[in-house]
Structures are given as C-alpha cells and as structure tokens.
Design a protein around this ligand. Structure first.
Ligand code: SF4
Length: 270
C-alpha cells in the first residue's frame, strides 16, 4: 500500500530521522499529547465552533460563548496526566494561555476578515511527482473566500515564538495545502495563506506565484525521495529531545538529556 505523507510526517524526518523511524516505521506506542499540544487542540476546537456558527449564517458568537467551548474542551481530559516539560510552569499557566489566545483573537478579529467560510478542518489531498504517485494529506484549519474574492487558507498557531520573515516565505505546509486546493479548484486565480499567531494577536500573509508554488512541489517531491531512500535513521539529538515521544526509548536521546538542564523554551508548536 502506498505511503500517505503529510507536512508533519516529512518534518519529523527532517528534524530527527530516528524519531521518524520510531513513529512511522516501528509504530512504537506514543504517550498522549503534551500540554502545549493540548492547548492547541482546545483553541482549535473553540475557533472551529466560532467559524462554524458564521458558516451556518448565524451571528458571531460572543466572547463568553467562545470561551465556554474552550473550557468544555479543556475539561474533557484530566490535565494532570499531560506532560509539562518546561520548568516553572503548571497546567494553570497553559489553561490561561489558551484563554488569552482566544480573548485577543476575538477582540481584534475584524468582520472584514470573515468573508465566506468554505470549510473548517478541511481534509485536503495532494498528489506530487510526474505521475502523481506521491500522496499527501493535510487539514486546513479554515478555508475561506475573502472579502476581496481571493481564496484563503488560514492556519492557527499557539506557539510561544513569532516566525521570522524567512520562516513565512519558506513555509511548506500551506504551500502543500494550496496545491491540494488547486487540485479541487483549478480555476482559482489567487490563494492567500494566512497564519494566526494567536499568542501574540499577530497575523502574517503570503501569496505565492505559480513559479514559487511549483518550487515547493519539486522540493517536497525531493524530500519524499530522501525519506524513501533512507536506511540509517540516525538520531539527531538536540533541545527538542525534551519533547520527543520516544525519549525514554532512544539511547542517544537518553544520554543527551542526562547532561542537559530542563528547558525554559518557548511553547512548542501543535
Ligand atoms: S530522543 Fe531525540 S534523538 Fe532520540 S528519537 Fe527523539 S528526537 Fe531523535
């Protein structure tokens, strides 16, 4: 059966081939989400509710209703069982971080941003390679037609750091989603990528030329070929080993972490 790739699967390989092997080839059991990922899940659920109401033609929910959905999602899991890596933080800090993201989003979201909601958590299929033999999937947080008629791919981030300009320009994830959108809507003239860095109340945008988009397609095809040729799956130890699902299983990771202080890093990505 052909492998179905995703941006996150490729990123796992690029960050640490050993982690890729443990997760996707050996299929080792994974612990539940860390608390940073759980904040992201709960914030995404609340925003899915918010824009679902607009998509259904109902008025924008109040801040209280938005936060009520967040609280319901937050209380669905015992947070005591979630991993907290950073020193000096407890579950209450993360709970408040999610509320903060939603409060500033709700306060600053302009009606003009809303446009027409076309899909939420929209599954997208991408085919790459000369014969389309490489398959990828992704999920668009919010797919819209903006007030100016341009299609928009929105992505929510709850990370604790802002991207650099080159991070926005080099982002592969939303380029892949655009390739999937264009497979469904070949007549789409322009597609805008919108990132919401919710912790900071900041948004970033990009529109790729067709040349740039094809560059992402070629680079991703090359990345898949590298994965498929790999035989060593070397461990790449670094600070992110602290968050690795397999750090207790990985000899190199264990040795590295024994000599490292616990981090005070920004909140990791969902
Ligand atoms: S602990 Fe570190 S080196 Fe080992 S698999 Fe995880 S990320 Fe890779």
């Amino acid at each position: 059966m052909p492998v179905t790739y995703s941006h996150s699967r490729l990123s796992t390989f690029e960050n640490c081939p050993r982690q890729y092997r443990y997760r996707y080839l050996d299929k080792l059991p994974r612990p539940g989400p860390g608390i940073e990922a759980y904040v992201g899940i709960c914030v995404h659920k609340a925003l899915e509710f918010y824009f679902g109401e607009l998509r259904a033609g109902r008025p924008a929910p109040s801040r209280a209703d938005l936060l009520a959905v967040y609280e319901e999602a937050w209380s669905a899991t015992s947070v005591a069982g979630l991993r907290i890596v950073k020193t000096g933080f407890d579950s209450n800090d993360y709970h408040l971080l999610g509320r903060h993201c939603l409060e500033i989003y709700e306060a600053e979201a302009a009606e003009s941003e809303f446009g027409e909601v076309l899909g939420l958590e929209k599954k997208i299929h991408i085919r790459l390679g000369k014969t389309g033999s490489y398959r990828l999937i992704g999920y668009i947080d919010r797919f819209m037609r903006g007030a100016d008629g341009v299609y928009e791919i929105h992505d929510y981030k709850t990370s604790g750091s802002l991207p650099r300009p080159q991070d926005i320009q080099q982002d592969r994830q939303l380029a892949l989603y655009e390739l999937g959108v264009r497979g469904e809507l070949p007549a789409a003239a322009r597609v805008r990528h919108v990132w919401h860095y919710l912790t900071f109340g900041r948004r970033f945008q990009r529109i790729l030329s067709s040349t740039q988009l094809q560059g992402f397609a070629r680079a991703t095809t090359a990345a898949i070929r590298r994965v498929e040729k790999e035989t060593e799956f070397a461990a790449r130890t670094r600070i992110l080993c602290h968050w690795c699902d397999f750090k207790d299983h990985c000899p190199e990771g264990r040795e590295y972490l024994e000599n490292q202080p616990k981090p005070g890093l920004p909140v990791a990505e969902r």
